[in-house]
Design a protein around this ligand. Structure first.
Ligand code: NYM
Length: 218
């Protein structure tokens, strides 16, 4: 907009089930963006290094119990405490690639067996967080996810839960239809998934630079 202001970096979110290859794809995308002489930063939620992140880590590893609402709000707080840092990075022209964000936040809580939290309730604390310019949803069938060497030991890494998570992701994205969400077929070999992602990224770059802070979730 303002001719003399500097463009900000893009905010890109990568979402998907456990075992969908998110982290590997984030790393490959960051390397490719860097290869274009652009500044890029990788962020992962939950950020297990902060005080809230340590509580989340204990919960995920089964070392601590938490009430469903309380742990949900801790996951959200773990994002809120990172907002200023993210906005500063974007303003300095750095593109941010985020490994899981508000979408995982809402969907995993709403997928819990006891059905304690509705998707709508779970989305509420995310309102006001910066909205990504692009969401890459790494879509993989739950059966394929299981075949990829089985799940880890953490809470939520169970087949029944993953099936619900996948359905809820799709439902949430259909409700947030103003967002730029791209479905990526993550059942393909690594390099082919990376190629799909790269094509989508190039389109974002072609759409031109962004200015000011990104809009917030409403
Ligand atoms: N998870 C992740 C949530 O339940 N809520 C959230 O807000 C986020 C960001 O934590 N099974 C769940 C999804 C994962 C687990 O993620 C840890 P990762 O990417 O395996 O570290």
């Amino acid at each position: 907009v303002e001719a003399d202001s500097k463009p900000r970096g893009h905010l890109i979110v990568v979402e998907g089930l456990d075992r969908s290859g998110k982290t590997t794809q984030c790393e490959m995308l960051c390397e490719d963006i860097q290869g274009r002489e652009k500044k890029v930063k990788y962020i992962k939620f939950p950020d297990r290094t902060t005080a809230t992140g340590q509580m989340i880590n204990s919960y995920l590893q089964g070392k601590a119990e938490q009430n469903d609402q309380a742990i949900h709000l801790l996951f959200s707080a773990n994002r809120w405490e990172a907002v200023q840092g993210m906005l500063d990075e974007l303003q300095s022209g750095t593109t941010i690639v985020i490994d899981r964000y508000s979408f995982s936040g809402a969907v995993y809580s709403a997928a819990k067996e006891n059905q304690n939290l509705s998707l709508e309730w779970a989305w509420n604390p995310e309102i006001g967080l910066p909205q990504p310019d692009l969401v890459l949803f790494l879509d993989i069938s739950s059966e394929d996810a299981v075949k990829r060497g089985g799940y880890g030991e953490e809470r939520y890494e169970k087949e029944e839960m993953q099936i619900k998570v996948r359905t809820l992701f799709k439902h949430l994205f259909s409700k947030l239809d103003h967002l730029n969400v791209r479905n990526i077929d993550a059942g393909q070999p690594l390099q082919s998934v990376a190629d799909q992602i790269w094509q989508v990224y190039l389109k974002l770059e072609e759409s031109g630079p962004a200015y000011g802070n990104p809009p917030s979730f409403s």
